[in-house]
Design a protein around this ligand. Structure first.
Ligand SMILES: [Zn+2]
Ligand SMILES: [Zn+2]
Length: 383
């Protein structure tokens, strides 16, 4: 077996490193060589053990003093007893996030598992449908929903009588237990929810009948809320505190998210604040030009002027009559009107006669037709 490496060398620090430098370096090396990150890698396992041992000594002032004076062969043998270093209780949770202080507390005897955190209640998502017209001015809406709220009969205690609630003996009321797991030559501390009390830290002998001891019961709540003008389909409104009550007695309630489902309009499609629609017109309206008037969702009549000589496929933009912009409330988008040629499926005999007369007037010679074809091709190719 190779000779034991110097602890300072192992932790990659100078001999005059401060405790916080020692801690910082240990933490980063322990993460680097942790068996969870390096499965089936014996070299990392050894490094991991070496790093832990060095830290166990150098983080303890009296052990450090001894080591500084005598090195590895101090009087009284190994500081870890005749068996040598056996690994320490180390929690992955502590290394990869969360508090650091408790990582090594257990080697020196003082065990302090983390407290049961006060958890915020879960968030809730409900869908709510509004008419398309409501996009113009926004709207005031209300909805009813089912949500787990603190039980009124026991005030969230889970028990009618406070004397019937006792601390869970398995976890001493902490809700969390520490388990020591063996990982090859190492032991590792795993913290998990206490199975006896399901992480609650308490045991209820006479559960409240309303909530079966859960402390929370499903209740029907009503909420009123404002939908802003120009809201996007699928956008969520957040109502803080309207979600589920927390499992812990003093914890905050979660949020209620209301996902807005904007109903379809009969003819408008939406592109941000712009509205798109198609307008079928007959041949003469396109040639002669016309003005169309239709009702609009802002309550005013929408006038669309079609200039003479318009072609199907062209668009006419009516500015300032679209939706209020979601960001700048004072401006409104446009309405884009796509012109379509409407061809009637059935026509009367009389109308047909008139059309034939018109066709005779409009017909062109073959030369004229060829010229038109050429012109069309040119404009198509030039975009
Ligand atoms: Zn327990
Ligand atoms: Zn109850």
């Amino acid at each position: 077996m190779a000779s034991k490496r110097d602890y300072y060398e192992v932790l990659e620090i100078k001999r005059d490193a401060s405790q916080s430098e020692i801690k910082k370096s240990f933490r980063s090396l322990a993460r680097k060589f942790h068996p969870d990150k390096n499965p089936n890698d014996p070299e990392s396992e050894l490094k991991f053990k070496e790093v832990q041992e060095a830290y166990a000594i150098l983080s303890d002032p009296s052990q450090k003093r001894k080591y500084d004076t005598y090195g590895h062969n101090g009087p009284g043998g190994s500081p870890f007893g005749p068996g040598g270093f056996q690994g320490v209780n180390i929690s992955v949770e502590d290394l990869f996030g969360g508090g650091f202080e408790s990582v090594f507390s257990s080697i020196f005897g003082s065990s302090s598992p983390r407290r049961n955190k006060r958890q915020r209640g879960s968030d809730l998502l409900v869908s709510h449908s509004i008419p398309f017209e409501a996009l113009m001015n926004g709207c005031e809406e209300s909805l009813e929903f089912e949500v787990l709220k603190t039980c009124k009969d026991c005030n969230g205690l889970g028990s009618k009588n406070i004397d019937d609630v006792r601390e869970c003996p398995a976890c001493d009321g902490r809700g969390r237990i520490q388990r020591i797991e063996r990982l090859g030559p190492f032991t590792q501390q795993v913290v998990s929810d206490c199975p006896s009390c399901k992480g609650e830290g308490k045991i209820i002998q006479n559960p409240c009948p309303t909530c079966s001891g859960e402390g929370r019961a499903s209740q029907t709540k009503k909420v009123q809320f404002s939908v802003p003008p120009g809201i996007e389909n699928g956008q969520r409104l957040r109502m803080s505190g309207y979600g589920e009550s927390s499992k812990s007695v003093n914890g905050d309630a979660g949020h209620l998210y209301i996902e807005i489902d904007v109903q379809e309009h009969e003819w408008f499609e939406r592109d941000g604040a712009d509205l798109l629609m198609a307008l079928p017109l007959n041949y003469t309206d396109l040639i002669l030009g016309t003005t169309v008037e239709i009702p609009h969702i802002d309550g005013e009549i929408l006038k669309i002027k079609i200039p003479s000589g318009s072609k199907p496929g062209e668009t006419i933009s009516v500015k300032g009559r679209g939706l209020p912009s979601n960001r700048t409330r004072n401006s409104r988008g446009s309405i884009m009107v796509l012109l379509k040629l409407d061809i009637p499926k059935k026509i009367s005999r009389n109308f047909k006669k008139k059309l034939i007369d018109i066709r005779d007037e409009m017909s062109y010679s073959n030369e004229e037709l060829e010229e038109k074809i050429r012109k069309e091709a040119r404009s198509r190719r030039n975009g």
